[in-house]
Structure formats: C-alpha cells, structure tokens
Design a protein around this ligand. Sequence first.
Ligand code: ATP
Ligand code: MG
Length: 336
Amino acid sequence: MTVATYPDNNTILDIVNLKTYFYLEAGTVRAVDGVDFSLKRQQTLGLVGESGCGKSITAMSIMRLIQSPPGKIVDGQINLYTKEGEGVDLATLDPKGAKMRAIRGAEIAMVFQEPMTSLNPLYTVGRQIAESVELHQNVGRREAMERALEMLHKVQIGDPKQRLNEFPHQMSGGMRQRVMIGLALSCNPLILIADEPTTALDVTVQAQILDLMRQLQADFNSSIIIITHNLGVVSQLADHVAVMYLGKVVEYADVEEVFHHPLHPYTVGLLNSVPVFGKKSGQVLVPIKGMVPSPMSEIRGCAFAARCPRVMPICREQPPALGEVAPDHRVSCLLY
Ligand SMILES: Nc1ncnc2c1ncn2[C@@H]1O[C@H](COP(=O)(O)OP(=O)(O)OP(=O)(O)O)[C@@H](O)[C@H]1O
Ligand SMILES: [Mg+2]
C-alpha cells in the first residue's frame, strides 16, 4: 500500500494517468488510457463523453471491480484522501483484500448503469440494504433493518415498510433506481459514483431522481461522480466537468467554464450536437462528423484529429497533454 501526499485540503479523490486495458485475443483494448481528474470534497463531478469512451471502466477501476483477466489496471494512481494528511492509492490495493472491501461501500459506493443486474433478484430490498449495513457498520440485524427502512424513507419510496419486504422485480425501474441509491448511501460513503443513474428512466422520473440526488448530497455531504451522456443532467448537478474522449480526459473545468467557454474542439462539438438548457431556442444542432476510432487502434497524434474541425498538421504527429490553460481549467489540445 502506498501512502500519497495530500494535494490540498479540498481534494478527496485524485486520479493520475489511470490506464485500464483489456487483453483480448483480437488485441489490446485501451479502454482507459491516461485519465486524469480530481474530485473535491462535497462537490459533484460530471464525467461525460460519447458511448465507449471509458466512463464506466474508469468508475469500475476506482471501485477495483475490473475483472482480471482480461482486464488490468496497467498504470496510474487512484489516490483517496480519507483524512487530513494521508491518502491511499487504491490502484495498489488487492481488489479482494480486506482494505479494499472496507473501502467499497463504506468510503466509495456506486450506483451501476443497470440496476436490475446489480440488485440480487433472490433477496428482498430490505435484506439487501440491511446486509450491506451489517457488513460495513458493525451493527446487529435489527438495527440494520431499521436503517434499511430509514433509507427507503430517505429516497422517498412510498409505503417503505411494505416495500422493505418486496423483491426487485416487484418494483418499477424508477423505484429500483431509488433503492440502488439508498443502498449506496446506506453506509454514508464519502464518495458516491452514479453511472447513468437516469438513462433508463422516463423524463419525469429522471427529474425526480436528479432532485433526490441533489437533496441527498446536501443531507449526506457526499462527493459525487455522475457519469452521463446527458449534458442537461450535468448542467443541473455538476460543479466540475471532465470530458472524456477515447479513454482520456480532454477537458476539465468548472461547469460554467465548460458550458460558456469550452476550449477543446471535442467539447465544443458535444455542446453543439445536443440541445442544452439555457441556450437560445434557435440553437442549430450540428453532429460531430466521423466516428470514434476503435480503442484497439494505435493512434500517433491526437485521437480526435480525424474528426476535428480545427485540426493542424502537427495534431496527427504529436499527442497533446492535459495542461492548465486557466486556473482550474485544463485542456488537452495543441491549439492551446
Ligand atoms: N470486459 C471488457 N472486455 C473488453 N473490452 C471492454 C470490456 N468492458 C468494456 N470494454 C471496452 O472498453 C471501452 C470503454 O467502455 P466503457 O463501458 O467504459 O464505455 P462508456 O463510456 O461507459 O460507454 P457508455 O456510455 O456506452 O456506457 C469500450 O470500447 C468497451 O467496448
Ligand atoms: Mg458506461
């Protein structure tokens, strides 16, 4: 276990040059290929980017839930700062060891992209929440079940006493997602990672879940990483945004900067390709041309060069590095 030095009092999680590859017979999938971002205390970070850019694998790497083989964290650091002056690099821990098991759930909890596959169909939702509380908080069965009831109440599930004894399949998608959030928050984690928590839900339920997350963040003082394709969700919830492209963070800044002064041509493209809240109603939507290259291909220069409207000859030769262009605003582009 490596002890990292504390970057500043506000940082709770600092990801440095994280690389997670999958070694397949057909070749190496560089799913996460040098991700850098940091999460500040009690803040929400939005992790955005097109499908396949490595958002979920970044989250699974932080949780140390990458199946190995074929997956492996091959480089980088995942520094978690739980208390002042001391950090632990999660990338160095044994994923099955006691330390990582204690961190999973109690320090960092995750709401997965598909709630149906992450809730156990054989147990009542009450049992599942209570079990997690028992495991992490050293309390007896009765108290754990009481805590489960309290959590269902907190995530605003109607008739929680009755629902405690139901199985996941007896609930609607929105309700299951609430249960997942309740389960994740039941041990009062420092960090909540929510992977597309609203994508499978209809628009009204989406709005309710977002409201709920906002409220819970205030109640629990957690830091949140919210993973989504939906820039509207980001604009409503996030304090900071990390934009990913093909396994890398290409831009990181606070939410105002990203929406009003985006610098990376990919971020600009993303913002122009979707309707964004607060923009003039006459906004013309322009899709980004071309396709995301395969994460198996070797790219010499910038991975976005082939699609970039502002590409320069050097972009095809030299890979850009993520550099600070203004305070708290980092971009990986040779234009800057
Ligand atoms: N178990 C695996 N084996 C091989 N490749 C994988 C595996 N899991 C993910 N990948 C690949 O890693 C890349 C990143 O996947 P990831 O799931 O992180 O994308 P994502 O950004 O979460 O996309 P989405 O928005 O669709 O959820 C993709 O190219 C994906 O095909
Ligand atoms: Mg995903």
